[in-house]
Design a binder for this molecule. Sequence first.
Ligand code: SF4
Length: 68
Amino acid sequence: MEKIAIRMHVDQDLCISCGACIGICPDVFDWNDDEKAQVTVDPIPEDLEDDALEAQESCPTEAIIDKE
Ligand code: SF4
């Protein structure tokens, strides 16, 4: 069975710009012009999934949302 790729996005209203996600997984998360975090790859490459999930779990405001 084919594996379903993980996709995420950052809820801009919930992000408090703490930088945790970017610190843990800078290949997936980066700052945008509003100084909030954003997801820079969609879908997330398989070799970055573990780090991206760790970043998601580390977000203090649960701003990193699974994308349908
Ligand atoms: Fe924003 Fe959450 Fe990333 Fe912190 S960990 S910068 S609150 S998305």
